[in-house]
Design a protein around this ligand. Structure first.
Ligand code: SAM
Ligand code: SF4
Length: 411
């Protein structure tokens, strides 16, 4: 769904943005630029908006589709809000649209081409081929990139400030976050939280959400977060909570807990930390990257030793997943509308690949988004990937997590 179709669909109806945080305000601005007037916000917890001209209603104020058209503008609670709307008789793309469906493109800007850890399921720890460049993105380069995206992309409410690297290692991260906020673009960070030299200034700059990636506690942690130190991370999480309370209480903090066969027992400890500090907990079956190596493997090349052992620790057997993928190919891919911009300004063909040969010839400044769209529509890599059904490889891990979390009282 594009923003023009939304404008037509919502004509002559009051339009509400459900989610009054920064995403809501960004989305409202983008909608207004396209002639969609917003009547107000709906939110369970937020009672005042930076945009004082708009009222904020409680969810109960919306009883049925007759009360107004809804644009769901909460990224984190999108599914929860959608369920509430469906229960009230709303129908997708008739009475409401989801924020994620409105975005034609998602952007991952890898502000750090470096990670200090060597996790065995991550290409930073296991890749044997010709790697991407290992540089830090300067603030000047980031500013140029964001300015370009704002000019060329219709609906750009947010960007993600990481892909493979560790964003907190970049001393310019606070400036990058602050500039994005000034430009009205929400940002998300994901960190292993082993090095927090730049954390305080980063939180002061007010990122919208902050993810902490974990995979166990104690000695267990450093088996899968190789090179990391659990005690340091545990203490840094407490510091993160203090900084949030001090500088930016609205920042959403989420713990992404990677499940392996042997770290389920540590979840209670993590749940207690999350509860004490007001963090969201998102358990997630650990998967294995990069996809370029997995495609080679599905085509018959051996898996490198650096991936063989850790593959045994995953909750799903990768051979069985690859076989399933092969048997049920499909043409759609949740990743094909993501543009990943590496720290040196090059563009990767897919968020899950790591090999240097899968970058586009031209850097972000040498192409328009339209040019990139044309190139993306003919990607050989995607054709190869889809012919093996590997575009669904990661979906298997995601859906197994969904089933698994239903059995946790926390979920
Ligand atoms: C490769 S990391 C890079 C960002 C940052 N260094 C971090 O550790 O969060 C990007 C995202 O992938 C997720 N991730 C990393 N390894 C994973 C794994 N084995 N399974 C599932 N997700 C993983 C992390 O939680 C993170 O949000
Ligand atoms: S089809 Fe495969 S290679 Fe292409 S974007 Fe999707 S996962 Fe990546």
């Amino acid at each position: 769904m594009n923003i023009h179709a939304l404008a037509a669909m919502s004509r002559n109806r009051p339009v509400y943005c459900w989610g009054a945080g920064r995403y809501g305000v960004m989305a409202m601005d983008a909608l207004r630029r396209h002639g969609v007037g917003i009547t107000g916000f709906i939110d369970k917890t937020i009672r005042s908006s930076r945009d004082d001209t708009n009222k904020i209603l409680a969810p109960e104020a919306i009883g049925s589709p007759a009360d107004g058209f809804v644009v769901v503008t909460s990224m984190f609670f999108e599914h929860e809000i959608e369920s509430t709307l469906l229960a009230k008789g709303y129908k997708n793309e008739r009475d409401y649209v989801l924020y994620s469906d409105l975005k034609r493109w998602s952007f991952e800007i890898d502000v750090s081409g470096v990670c200090q850890l060597k996790c065995p399921t991550c290409p930073n720890g296991n890749f044997t081929g010709h790697k991407l460049s290992q540089t830090m993105m300067s603030f000047a380069l980031y500013r140029q990139i964001l300015d370009k995206l704002i000019t060329e992309v219709d609906f750009l409410p947010d960007v993600q400030l990481y892909s493979w690297g560790e964003p907190l290692l970049n001393p310019s991260l606070p400036d990058i976050v602050a500039y994005s906020a000034d430009q009205g673009v929400a940002v998300g960070i994901s960190s292993n939280l082993n090095d927090i030299r730049h954390l305080e200034r980063t939180v002061q700059a007010k990122p919208d959400w902050f993810r902490v990636s974990l995979s166990g506690t104690g000695n267990q942690y450093s088996l899968t977060h190789r090179g990391g130190n659990w005690d340091k991370v545990a203490s840094n999480m407490e510091q993160l909570a203090r900084l949030r309370d001090l500088y930016h209480p609205e920042m959403i903090i989420e713990v992404n807990y990677h499940f392996y066969r042997n770290n389920e027992k540590n979840l209670d400890e993590i749940a207690a930390i999350c509860e004490r500090n007001g963090f969201l907990l998102k358990p997630n079956a650990a998967y294995i990257d990069p996809l370029d190596t997995l495609i080679d493997y599905a085509e018959g090349k051996p898996l490198p030793d650096s991936m063989l052992e850790i593959a045994q620790s995953l909750i799903l057997d990768i051979d069985a997943v690859i076989q399933d993928c092969r048997l049920s190919p499909s043409d759609s891919c949740v990743r094909e509308n993501t543009i990943v911009i590496h720290s040196d300004g090059t563009i990767r063909q897919c968020p899950h690949v790591f090999g240097n040969q899968y970058k586009l010839e031209k850097k972000i400044f040498e192409s328009s988004i339209f040019d990139i769209e044309q190139i993306f529509s003919k990607r050989d890599l995607c054709a190869r990937c889809k012919s093996l059904g590997m575009n669904n490889f990661y979906t298997h891990f995601l859906s197994c997590t969904n089933q698994k979390t239903q059995s946790f009282s926390l979920a």
